[in-house]
Ligand binder design. Sequence first.
Ligand SMILES: Nc1ncnc2c1ncn2[C@@H]1O[C@H](COP(=O)(O)OP(=O)(O)OP(=O)(O)O)[C@@H](O)[C@H]1O
Ligand SMILES: [Mg+2]
Length: 353
Amino acid sequence: MSNITKPILYPGFKIKGDVIIVARTDKVYFTEIYSLSDGKYFYLFLSVKPNEVVDQKDKIELAKISSNGNDYIGAIVANHSQSQLVKIVDELTNLRGFDCIAGMRELKEVLIAEVINPLRDPERFKKFKVSIPNGIILYGPPGCGKTFIVRKLAEELGYNFVQVKHSDLATPYIHGSVGNIGKVFANAQDNAPAIVFFDEISGLVPNRQNLQGEGSHKEEEINEFLMQLNDAADNRILVVGATNFIDRIDPAILRPGRMDKKIYVSPPDFEARKELFKLGLSGRPYDKAIDFDELAEKTDGYSSADIIEGVVEGAARIAANMNDTAIDQKLLKKEMEKVKPVVEEKSKIGFSR
Ligand SMILES: Nc1ncnc2c1ncn2[C@@H]1O[C@H](COP(=O)(O)OP(=O)(O)OP(=O)(O)O)[C@@H](O)[C@H]1O
Ligand SMILES: [Mg+2]
């Protein structure tokens, strides 16, 4: 521990309201520790870029400050200890699991109550005769975070993640894909606990009513999948499927005890849209006066991909072409008009619960 470098902040520097810096008490790794006039402490992070931190709301009180033309981010904490400092820096820089999901509080609550808790403490749930899920289906409009959320769910559970696309299972041999389904589950079992994620699961297990020609072959695949699914929970495997259209999946898959948890992933809510703009802009030069509330208000119905890959990316490209300009409110709003929300009224009906 050394105090050799000059402190960035000086006594009397205002942190927020009438709280000011009293003195720098320490410097640990890339963090300066200051005592504050209200008895609390301020961690000033030198290695954490202000735009790359996702605001964790109630968890850690953050303050953005400017000194000598540089922007910094810091945390206000009640007490200081070395272990707490390490933990906070770690949390801010290595967000994992659900902390990375912007907004979507209801969805997270459903996943915690119906999936995470039962898998973490199966005995408790068995006592109450509540089933442990074998599988869940996430459904909803494209670009709203289904794939993203499954990855975060695996992180949150501390499970390995095996992703399977329907095209990965195809073989030129007539019964080949049935064998491949078995291999996927054998692989997951070797890596258990694991999430096996079938993206576009309606390709793998389509509604048998709509099948023509390839019927009997598909039938075999569906039966193999159902068999594997039955043993999943016992093997500490959680099967997750994603689809844009829930009614394209064979109803046998959705029966109780199978993939009976159907979870709707809606377009991002107000909070999520706000965070998505912050996330999209982080690391790019942007105007500090951006009104995130207004951006979120004006993008109801936009998917996450519309916001990040459509509006923000488009505005960034224009700003870059204009050279030396930061991305500002006007640019973002102009891009908004060009990007048609993926979720229009018409399709909303099809995705209702
Ligand atoms: N709540 C969120 N917080 C942060 N990032 C998000 C959130 N939701 C979505 N994203 C981001 O939005 C993009 C689109 O999400 P994703 O690809 O998971 O959508 P999807 O529903 O799987 O789409 P599709 O149906 O087309 O497969 C990803 O880059 C993801 O990182
Ligand atoms: Mg996807």
